[in-house]
Design a protein around this ligand. Structure first.
Ligand code: SAM
Length: 384
């Protein structure tokens, strides 16, 4: 972790949540809390000829594109630097052969296989990063039988002639690695298009970003700039404060877009992250569920309002009575069509807060004046 992050953040045990990240001092809106590079990045889809296999930027097909000599039909690089980085890290001879074999199988979903190849390969080329991966949350469930998918994936890796030197290669290790991936991987998305579906391009695992717990009304947001051509660090994660908050406050991200409805949020958190959320927002929305027989409909109507309602709807007295956290949606959720991203100010400059806010999905920048509302304590208007 960079020194500035070390001064700002503390990783601490939090009752019922495992480790979490707590503010070591008061934090200002827009402050960069963490910026770090991934220990591992892998493709979400079958390797595609239009992406660089190292940095996952779109290839410029009109200029010269480099490829791997032994799997030249599927592994491409946008620059000599990406090529040489990959050849000594993610694209070793074993990984190359393994990816080639996977490519010929035309699997429905190759992302887990890509992850396992990347993880086992990392145990060879960077044992210290492999140890970090092993230290992250997530273990094989001991109370249930191994699932068929894990069995098939382990057999697949076994069939790829894993080197003898793989650290403790075993079924249990494969299962534990898959659990860690599920709980800690961040999706690196295709660029936002207003009228298009937005797919995952790659997944990345970060050593310290993995300690942020979830809240359905987060106080921090994660930004990435995958297509940026400014530096070699386009897969870095940047976590910024959405609003001011005091020292001692836990810093949380939302693990998915904040405009998801209650049922979808709980389903994802139980299935993928192994917990039921009882954050302030869920405490409110669970009671919507108890309202009557058509509870789900009521909830969806309320949620739909959150997603598509105008600022006036949210900030009106009725809206606040129905949904006390309405202010969060007015103030911190992007209202652009099909976006629903989270808004955070740009970092303060020389101690002065920025009045430009950025959406972490569509990237749109707007000024504070474009967004209505009066900020309460912590930037979130709560029950009055
Ligand atoms: C990315 S990790 C976060 C760091 C993790 N707490 C640790 O100890 O390493 C995700 C896991 O943290 C736990 N977690 C995250 N948010 C939580 C919350 N709001 N309540 C309970 N557990 C939570 C869950 O076990 C989840 O699978």
């Amino acid at each position: 972790m960079a020194d500035t992050s070390k001064q700002m953040l503390e990783i601490r045990e939090i009752e019922g949540r495992g480790r979490g990240v707590v503010a070591n001092r008061s934090i200002k809106a827009g402050e960069v809390l963490l910026k770090e590079s991934p220990i591992l990045v892998y493709s979400a889809k079958p390797l595609k000829s239009d992406l660089c296999s190292n940095c996952f930027r779109k290839l410029n097909l009109s200029s010269s594109v480099l490829s791997c000599a032994s799997c030249s039909s599927q592994t491409f690089f946008c620059s000599p630097s990406c090529q040489s980085t990959a050849m000594t890290s993610s694209h070793t001879p074993w990984a190359c052969q393994a990816l080639k074999a996977i490519g010929s199988l035309a699997l429905d979903d190759s992302s887990d296989a890509h992850f396992l190849i990347a993880a086992y390969n990392m145990s060879l080329v960077s044992p210290s990063h492999f140890q970090i991966l092993l230290s992250l949350e997530g273990s094989m469930p001991t109370d249930t039988l191994p699932d068929q998918r894990t069995i098939s994936l382990h057999s697949l890796i076994l069939s790829l002639s894993p080197p003898q030197s793989f650290a403790g290669f075993s079924f249990d290790l494969t299962a534990a690695l898959l659990a860690k991936d599920k709980r800690n991987a961040f999706a690196l998305m295709e660029p936002f298009q207003e009228d298009g579906e937005r797919n995952v391009r790659a997944y990345a695992i970060y050593p310290n970003a993995s300690f942020f717990n979830h809240d359905c009304l987060p106080n921090a947001a994660r930004f990435d700039y995958l297509e940026s051509d400014v530096s070699d660090h386009n897969t870095d994660i940047i976590i910024r404060a959405i609003h001011d908050f005091p020292q001692g406050r836990e810093i949380c991200l939302s693990y998915f877009p904040v405009n998801w409805n209650y049922a979808d949020r709980q389903r994802r958190l139980v299935e993928d992250y192994g917990f039921t959320c009882d954050c302030d927002r869920c405490k409110v929305e669970v009671s919507w569920k108890e309202d009557g027989d058509d509870n789900d409909d009521n909830m969806e109507e309320n949620e739909e309002e959150q997603m598509v309602g105008s600022e006036d709807e949210y900030s009106g007295a009725q809206g606040e009575a129905d949904f006390p956290h309405a202010y969060f949606f007015v103030r911190y959720v992007c209202d652009r069509d099909n976006c629903g991203g989270t808004l955070a100010p740009l970092p303060p400059s020389e101690g002065s807060p920025s009045d430009v806010i950025e959406c972490n999905v569509c990237g749109q920048l707007r000024t504070e004046d474009d967004v209505d509302g009066t900020e309460g304590e912590d930037g979130v208007m709560v029950d009055q």
